[in-house]
Design a protein around this ligand. Structure first.
Ligand code: ADP
Ligand code: MG
Length: 252
């Protein structure tokens, strides 16, 4: 199948430091792909390059056949790529519904924004259901739990109707129950969208991932099913080797 997203020979150098080296990464339409790797592996840099936030040093990134390198961030959003950040972007003083409405307004003609309406438009109502936030629609975003806030952010992406969603560590800091709900939400979203999720919690991966891409020091280390990457000695070395070192560091 033709890839929806196709990254070829991507290189990113920051002041002489190679953050990404000769990376190939491609995602087929409708995939739910997980990307893992230790801190500093280049996961966020990869997302930043796809979304036009960071300039690559060389390489090509195509989305549905169109080159993204050199395009501006807002143009890439309009082409149908949405992303979350590691830090929150919700408006705390607005309600859940208002945050979604505002995010959705990005796609609507100005005239519909000026029209007085009752309730929420269909696209917002749908996302309220999908994300399980319908009961919190009138709550200010500032009072949401960490998990609810993440779901709101994912909802704010969905109302913009992207074809590809890039989620950077969406379950970081979540409780077990919130992780489970998020995993179900991602599986749900992936039935109608293509989704790339950066996440390193192995239990979460075992539960929800099919294909996993492992990055290490800016390079592709391996790719395969969860069982395959877990059995790969290089992955064990990268993860277990590091955790042993951390244990030693913590004890010194
Ligand atoms: P990850 O998300 O996998 O933890 P990042 O993509 O954030 O890793 O970072 C990869 C490497 O690039 C890290 O060593 C990081 O310090 C470095 N890096 C990221 N962004 C910049 C930047 N703007 N300037 C310099 N170095 C950066
Ligand atoms: Mg990161």
């Amino acid at each position: 199948m033709t890839a929806l997203l196709d990254v070829r020979h991507l290189n990113v150098v920051f002041d002489g430091f190679r953050a990404v080296t000769d990376l190939d990464f491609s995602v087929a339409p409708g995939e739910l792909r997980f990307v893992i790797g230790p801190n500093g592996a280049g996961k966020t840099t990869l997302i930043d390059c796809i979304t036009g936030r960071t300039k690559s040093t060389s390489g090509s990134i195509t989305f549905d056949g169109q080159e993204l390198v050199g395009q501006r961030e807002h143009r890439i959003v309009r082409m149908g790529i949405g992303r979350t950040f590691q830090t929150s972007v919700v408006f705390e003083e607005l309600t859940v519904g208002e945050n979604l409405d505002l995010a959705a307004s990005f796609r609507r003609p100005l005239v519909t924004l000026l029209r007085r309406r009752k309730g929420y438009p269909d696209d917002v109502a749908r996302v309220l259901e999908t994300t399980g936030l319908a009961g919190l629609v009138e709550h200010k975003a500032g009072v949401l739990s960490h998990g609810q806030r993440q779901w709101l952010e994912i909802g704010m992406l969905m109302v913009q109707q992207p074809r590809l969603l890039l989620l950077d560590e969406p379950v970081a800091g979540m409780s077990r129950e919130e992780r489970e709900r998020t995993g179900q939400l991602l599986v749900d979203i992936a039935t109608t969208h293509t989704v790339v999720v950066v996440e390193h919690d192995m239990e979460f991966l075992r539960r929800f991932a099919s294909v996993v891409t492992v990055l290490h020091e800016g390079r592709l280390l391996c790719q395969g099913t969860v069982a395959e990457v877990q059995a790969d000695p290089r992955v064990q070395e990268v993860y277990l080797g590091r955790s042993r070192k951390e244990v030693v560091d913590a004890g010194s």
